[in-house]
Write a protein that binds this ligand. Structure first.
Ligand code: PLP
Length: 428
């Protein structure tokens, strides 16, 4: 790994950096990570005293900004009481309250919450749930999923198998993964018809359809409209498939409504949540099943039980953080803030339209995207953002902003101006 910048780094950094393995990084050539000592609001404080305005909210998690006192107090209270107990044979208030609140917030009869500790595992659980649902109903051949080009559902084996392998990061594992069916995203009538023919020919071995509703996130921040989701629901019903919405990115306000499925008025059979569930403080995820799916497991036969159980499922600290995060959604005007951010992103990024090298500028909720024809040197671009005092990390040719919903307008202004400036220089 390249050396840290010439600035002073703390002892813990120099002593530990040679012992960690970083995500998605070629360890030999990647620029070293920045030593962070503190966060607050939308700011990240580095060891050398610099403050960066965060455009990403730590992979889309910190929706209330960092260090929100209400979440901190809830976690501290819970820590004093009980940080964790196993969820096998034991239950606790924070998890049960959270499950009840999520069920009340979600549409339709999504009413049974299975907790786990990361988004990828929530997707694994959703896939296992769907496959076992059909096994329990006497249709064991129904074990494949339709997923879409541009999809990203996580890095574990099942999640990779329903992600777009062509997108690069998972292609090398292609031979190892369960075989699934991948369709063009059905945004047009023609694509929808192509998907329907696929369903008609394969529905006997299909368990379900999995989709990121409204926004395909890590696969390129690709937006689609609510009508697609209504049509997917219709097709799932027609071919008796389970419809899975992966709302790990879109859940909790990011696209403008509390959940993307709400905007579409579509209720899936299974829904996954994580990321902003705890306001970005602790790892927690959930796979929520409809009563129809849950009833498929309800039996006197122990073999019909769902065979999954992560050690740290329903961790009490994480559930306390999630309950506190939901309090904030109830008490504070988060969705209005998202609408304000949306308008400001539209206005702030509009100057990128028509710039040389810009393919598209798009905004949905608190997501602002500038898609470029190409970025030749991603590291140099990231460095340029740092020099401007902002933390923005493009994915491939996509520069995007997904700030905390509480970001003050002047800080958001700094972010959009940095994007405009860097995009302008990139096109020259
Ligand atoms: N599903 C979606 C839609 C995601 O955006 C992500 C992560 O970016 C995941 C699943 C995987 O979540 P995790 O990184 O917590 O495993």
């Amino acid at each position: 790994m390249a050396q840290a910048s010439g600035r002073e780094t703390p002892d813990w950094y120099g002593q530990g950096i040679g012992h960690v393995w970083l995500p998605y990084a070629q360890m030999k050539t990647s620029p070293p990570p920045l030593p962070v000592v503190r966060t607050m609001g939308s700011r990240i404080v580095l060891a050398d005293g610099r403050e960066l305005i965060d455009g990403i909210a730590s992979w889309w998690t910190a929706c209330h900004g960092y260090n929100h006192p209400h979440i901190r107090e809830a976690v501290e209270r819970q820590l004093a009481l009980m940080p964790h107990v196993m969820f096998g044979g034991l239950a606790h208030e924070q998890a049960l309250r959270l499950a009840q609140r999520l069920a009340a917030m979600l549409p339709g009869n999504l009413s049974r919450v299975f907790f786990c500790d990361s988004g990828s595992v929530a997707v694994e659980v959703a896939l296992k749930m769907a496959v076992q649902y059909w096994i329990n109903r006497g249709l064991p051949k129904r074990r494949k999923f339709i997923s879409f080009k541009g999809a990203y559902h996580g890095d574990t084996m099942g999640a990779m198998s329903v992600s777009d392998l062509g997108a690069g990061m998972h292609a090398r594992f292609a031979d190892l993964l369960p075989e699934q069916l991948r369709a063009e995203f059905p945004a047009t009538q023609e694509q929808m018809e192509a998907m329907e023919s696929l369903l008609a020919s394969r529905s006997d071995d299909l368990a379900g359809i999995i989709v990121e509703p409204l926004v395909q996130g890590a696969g390129g921040m690709i937006f689609h409209d609510t009508e697609v989701l209504r049509r997917l629901r219709m097709l799932a019903d027609r071919y008796e498939l389970l419809l899975i919405f992966d709302e790990i990115f879109t859940g909790f306000g990011r696209t403008g409504t509390m959940f993307a499925c709400e905007a579409a008025e579509v209720s899936p059979d299974i829904l996954t949540l994580s990321k902003a569930l705890t306001g970005g403080t602790l790892p927690l995820a959930a796979t929520i099943a409809s009563t129809k799916v849950f009833d498929g497991f309800w039996s006197d036969d122990p073999h019909k039980a769902l065979m999954h159980g992560p050690t740290f499922m329903a961790n009490a600290l994480a559930c306390a953080a999630a309950n506190a995060s939901l309090d904030l959604f109830e008490r504070e005007p988060r969705l209005e803030q998202v609408a304000g951010i949306s308008a400001q992103l539209e206005e702030g990024l509009a100057r990128c339209r028509g710039m040389s090298g810009v393919k598209d500028v798009r905004v949905k909720g608190a997501i602002g995207v500038v898609e470029l024809d190409r970025i030749d040197d991603l590291s140099a671009l990231r460095q340029r953002f740092l020099e401007m005092g902002v933390f923005i990390r493009p994915i491939e040719d996509i520069i995007y902003l997904t700030p905390a919903f509480t970001i003050p307008p002047d800080e958001l202004d700094v972010l959009t101006k940095a994007v405009v400036s860097v995009v302008g220089a990139n096109g020259r």
